[in-house]
Design a protein around this ligand. Sequence first.
Ligand SMILES: Cc1cc2nc3c(=O)[nH]c(=O)nc-3n(C[C@H](O)[C@H](O)[C@H](O)COP(=O)(O)O)c2cc1C
Length: 325
Amino acid sequence: MADLSVSFLGLSLRNPIIAGSSGMTSTKEGARRAADAGAGAIVLKSLFEEQLRAELRSITGAADSHPEAEAFLAGMGMNEGADEYLELIRDAKAESDIPVIASVNCSGDSLWSDFASRIESAGADALELNLGMVPVDPTASAAAIEDRLVALVGAVSKSIRIPVCSKIGSSYTNVGNLAARLAKAGSRGLTLFNRFYRMDVDLDSMSLSAGPMRGSPEAYHESLRWISLLEGRVGAELCASGGVYDGSIALRLIAAGASSVQMCSAIYAKGYMAIASTLEEMDAWMDAHKVARVTDLKGRLARRNSASPELYGRLHYVKALTGQT
Ligand SMILES: Cc1cc2nc3c(=O)[nH]c(=O)nc-3n(C[C@H](O)[C@H](O)[C@H](O)COP(=O)(O)O)c2cc1C
């Protein structure tokens, strides 16, 4: 039996597989089932900024709110607010013996610093900041958007003692630069990457509709690229998210430099036991290849450990030269 234990965000994980934030981790039963299937940690479903604002508004009557977004979330059955979320953290801790990482989806910093302290008091082992925001304003500059994210991470990190991990999308001009800035602002870990809500159009009703809910295994290539490029170079531990469907993909991401690996769509597709089968596949591969500890594999194919770092930006060129295109 291979040793799968790892350290991530200063937490001891029995293995690197984390049940990623989604509806599958939005209840205490979901948390327990992920833990029973063998997960090394759980990231709870995100509490959305609009949910927190709605809660504050109901308490204070404050006008600072986004009524349309709140109505939308309520329509999606996401009208549970801050108190319920704190309860979920306490319940998930009670139901499982693995680290529980809370998650908040945020774009502004005004609310989260206070609430982060309550998350810490509720017993969360860490906090993932889901920096998922689609910049709908074409006049907003990339620099201004990134400055706001860095300020938010800085403010929240200063307000709590538990580790903070920032989860970002991949659509930045230089992911590595933003990653390093977030790490400097206090983010101990970085989750690469989020998968944003897919949009579609329903021609019959001539209205917007939701695109496919789940991602495919294809997605892991994007995480793998950036993890291999950034491991050991931005001052944060890296967690892969996107397309982790089996043990082979998880091990590839770890070889690229991931400290831990999140699973989400695979759990929707195959159930919580996708976690158990992924762990079995990892163990079998490691036994067959005489790799005793998963940490021995970590970063073996990261750019900083490579004798040919130029390959990491020029693989397409190499492929063209060798006639593989
Ligand atoms: C139905 C669904 C709900 C999700 N909800 C959240 C969420 O609340 N917070 C979050 O940070 N990510 C959320 N995600 C993103 C996942 O945690 C994950 O980062 C993304 O789906 C990529 O991983 P995957 O390919 O394993 O699904 C959600 C994904 C799906 C499919």
